[in-house]
Structures are given as C-alpha cells and as structure tokens.
Design a protein around this ligand. Structure first.
Ligand code: PEP
Ligand code: MN
Length: 339
C-alpha cells in the first residue's frame, strides 16, 4: 500500500501518521521527491482501514498495490483448489454438473428430477428449500420439509445435495447437507458468511447481482478467514443495462476469477439468462472459458414450476445438453465427474 502525503502536511502531522502505522506493525519506506512525498507501507496491510487512512489530515491519497484478499488469492496459492463435495471433486481439472429444480416442490417432483438428472450425468443434485423471492406473495419454498425431501432423494440417487441457506438461525437444519449455497442476494450477508467460515462443509457462493469481482472474492475471503477453505465461486449473471435477458452472464468473470483466485468457478447459465433456450449455448461458453462446473435448473413440468419455470430445462433437454457437455469437457482439458 502506498500513502501519498499532502503538499501542505506539516512534520508534526506526518510524524503522528508514522506513529499510528508503526504501532500497527507496519514498516515504512519513505521517498521524498521535489513534487511528492510518499510512504510505502510494508507488511500485512490487509487489516488497515483504507478509509480512515484517507481521512488522515496528512494524507492526499492511498493506493493499494496488493489485493485485500489473501486466503483466496492465487498469488499465495498458485495451484487450483479442489473442493471435495462428499466424494465429487470440483476444481483442478475436475468438472462437475449440479442440476435439479429451482425449488423442491413435492416428493414426486424431486425424486423424478433427481433420477433423471443423475441418469443424464449430473453428479450433484440441486434444489431450493428456502427460497429468496422478490415478492413476499410468491412461493417461499417448503423450507425444512424441502430439506427432508432432498435428503430422501439422496438416499435413492446417492448424489450429494446443494441447497441454499438464507439465515444463520437455520444452520442446524443444514447439518447433513453436502454443499451449502449462499445465494446472490446474500453474497454480502457478512454475519452469515462468518458463520459458514466456522463449519467444515463446501460452500457454493453466488455472485451478487451487482457485485464487482473483488467484492465477490472478498466474500469468499470472509468464509475462508474463519477457517473454512472449501469455497466454490458461482457466476450467475449480473445486472446490466440489457433487458432482453433476466441478467447478463459475465463470461469474462471466469478467466478473471481464475487469475485472482485458486478457488473453483462454477457457471449458472439458468439464472444468467432466465430463458431455457439460452442455457445450452451459455453452458458451452462456460466450458470453453475454463469453468470448473455448471449449475443448471431442470424441472419435470417447467410450465407449472412454482419458481423459475421459464429458465428450467425439461429432463429431455438436459439430457441433450449433457451429451454436448460430455464431449466438450475433455476437449478443454477437464474430466467430467460422474457418480
Ligand atoms: C437459485 O439458485 O435458485 C437462486 C435463487 O439463485 P441466485 O441466488 O443466483 O438468484
Ligand atoms: Mn432459481
């Protein structure tokens, strides 16, 4: 981090700043030119409050030269992380497909979809039990009963299950869930992220609707800072000026996240487009861009789905997609995880 001092800063103010910084264990490297006086901060600057430094009377500006995330940073962990999801590996050349309905609706629905997506090659079963809906009058999910139905489906298909948590108070209900999903709307629910940092379970963290990639990786850092390093990043489309799709899939996020971080990157083309016919081309693009997995919504009767029917594939459409996924994944140097 570099601190640029004000031309008008007096020696007394500068000395006070030096004292504050050294008291925090930071070493200083000063350079005083004709035009400017700068201080290079050496050491662990991640806990320094950049805003309060900027507010210091001696300071003109502060610039970061290293990233504020450490545990998630590729620089300190050059190899790809591989997350073990109850036996299904994700990352480091292992590509996994997570598929299932947006919401768990009934025993018949989740069992039928689970069997279908497994037969087509999805290693992981998804299904929402606690649903974050824009309208309080929309279906809110079967909640604890939905989790029970997911567990029941797992006994039949043996697929690890991934499902969304919305509240720290529900954590005890997720004890035997294989992967906990943090939805886009909760990406910056820092108290939730801190609690998830205390458990030993894979977390699928979805990117917030208008979060920058640095904010996204910082949310992963929250979980990792607590001790849980099993984090997977999921790009699911962001808000832009474009209105033809539900969101805009930020495909550039894949190579950029991989440069920034060693964590696996999953693409969710269903929420990105909001349109079932667009899921396949976006899924292909994700594989080509270097993603480590896909999350895809599949429903046995999309027209009557209680949530996200318009973006859900039928089991037959998913089967067609999986044929292409199976061909494409090895071409891009990865192995498709199967059960
Ligand atoms: C979901 O996976 O059904 C979901 C609500 O996703 P997101 O948080 O990305 O909107
Ligand atoms: Mn959904």
């Amino acid at each position: 981090m570099i601190v640029i001092l004000k031309e008008t800063a007096c020696e007394q103010q500068i000395q006070a700043l030096r004292n504050t910084l050294t008291a925090q264990g930071i070493k200083l490297h000063e350079s005083k030119g004709e035009q400017s006086h700068i201080i290079g901060l050496i050491g662990d600057t991640k806990s320094l409050d950049i805003d309060s430094l900027r507010a210091d009377p001696a300071v003109e500006d502060v610039r970061r030269v290293s990233e504020p995330y450490k545990k998630a940073n590729r620089k300190f962990h050059p190899a790809d992380s591989v997350v073990d999801c109850s036996g299904v590996l994700v990352g480091g050349g292992h590509f996994a497909v997570m598929a299932g309905p947006c919401s768990v609706e009934s025993e018949a629905q989740i069992t039928e979809v689970a069997n279908a997506v497994k037969a087509s090659g999805a290693a992981i079963l998804r299904g929402g039990a606690f649903k974050p809906r824009t309208s309080p009058y929309s279906f809110q999910g079967l909640r604890a009963d939905g989790l029970e139905l997911l567990r029941h489906a797992r006994t039949q298909t043996k697929q690890p299950i991934v499902t969304e948590i919305m509240n720290t108070e529900h954590l005890h209900l997720f004890e035997d869930v294989d992967i906990i999903q943090v939805g886009a709307r909760n990406m910056q629910n820092f108290e939730l992220l801190k609690e998830l940092g205390k458990i030993d379970k894979p977390i699928l963290l979805k990117r917030g609707l208008s979060a920058t990639l640095e904010e996204f990786v910082m949310s992963a850092e929250y979980i990792m800072a607590g001790g849980n390093e099993k984090v997977m990043l999921c790009e699911r489309g962001i808000r832009t000026f474009e209105t033809s799709m539900r969101n805009t899939l930020d495909i550039s996020a894949v190579p950029m996240l991989k440069k920034m971080s060693h964590l696996p990157v999953i693409i969710d083309p269903s929420h990105a487009a909001g349109l079932s016919w667009m899921v396949e081309p976006l899924a292909m693009a994700a594989i080509a861009a270097g993603a480590d997995g896909l999350m895809i919504e599949v429903h046995n009767d999309p027209a009557h789905a209680l949530s996200d029917g318009a973006q859900s594939l039928t089991p037959a459409q998913f089967d067609e997609l999986m044929k292409k996924v199976t061909t494409l994944v090895p071409i891009f140097g990865k192995t498709l995880e199967t059960l």
